[in-house]
Design a protein around this ligand. Structure first.
Ligand SMILES: Cc1cc2nc3c(=O)[nH]c(=O)nc-3n(C[C@H](O)[C@H](O)[C@H](O)COP(=O)(O)O)c2cc1C
Length: 193
């Protein structure tokens, strides 16, 4: 079928944007299904990479059901012939890590690649948005600050945590940013892509 003048632009606009969500082992992982719903409403195709510890907080079944896509968990359990971390990294328009734990931020800052999420982060050419969430002392620790600075230097984007009631019962800095704020940042990044 011949593509008419102006039609290609329309097709591009209607193309589903592919968002990879890296879900880590933080208490705020319970908010991720709601975030997927919000991304679905903006016509994005959402695929989740769930860390081993992330699966203690939210189940692959929940993420799979809400996203309508397979959930990627390990590096060594694919039955496909392609190298999963490379193909996921290539397909994604954007990688969003939410909630990003202190541990994953440290892994990324060190350029580690021992799990699927950090391997994808290291091999993708797409933008990476990090949405941290943790206890205030973890967030304010110089090690975390240094790791965030390193990632900033590498070009990672952030939606920083907010002040509020934390899972540990404390009131302080470290609560996952409001989901609307995260979605706004995702839209902004995808628009500039
Ligand atoms: C109940 C509980 C809640 C936790 N919440 C957080 C959290 O909000 N943020 C964080 O950085 N780590 C949190 N942790 C610690 C992480 O689960 C731990 O650092 C883990 O290694 C992270 O693994 P991942 O980054 O590979 O998912 C929590 C641990 C437990 C047991």
């Amino acid at each position: 079928m011949k593509i008419q003048k102006g039609q290609r632009g329309k097709m591009e606009r209607n193309k589903k944007r592919e968002i990879l969500l890296g879900v880590c082992g933080g208490i705020a992982a319970y908010k991720v299904p709601e975030l997927i719903r919000m991304l679905d409403a903006m016509n994005a195709d959402v695929k989740c990479i769930l860390t081993k510890n992330g699966s203690k907080f939210v189940t692959p079944l929940t993420l799979q059901t809400i996203s309508g896509n397979k959930v990627y968990e390990g590096m060594f359990n694919s039955h496909d012939f392609d190298v999963e971390h490379i193909s996921l990294a290539k397909q994604a328009d954007l990688l969003v890590i939410v909630p990003a734990t202190a541990d994953v931020i440290s892994r990324l800052a060190c350029g580690r690649a021992e799990d699927l999420l950090s391997s994808v982060a290291l091999s993708t050419k797409s933008p990476i948005l990090v949405c941290p969430s943790m206890n205030e002392n973890m967030w304010l620790h110089p090690a975390t600050k240094k790791n965030v600075d390193i990632l900033n230097e590498y070009g990672y984007k952030f939606v920083f945590p907010e002040k509020g009631k934390l899972a540990c019962g404390d009131e302080g800095m470290g609560r996952l940013a409001d989901l609307n704020k995260i979605v706004d940042e995702i839209k902004k990044i995808l628009k500039n892509e």
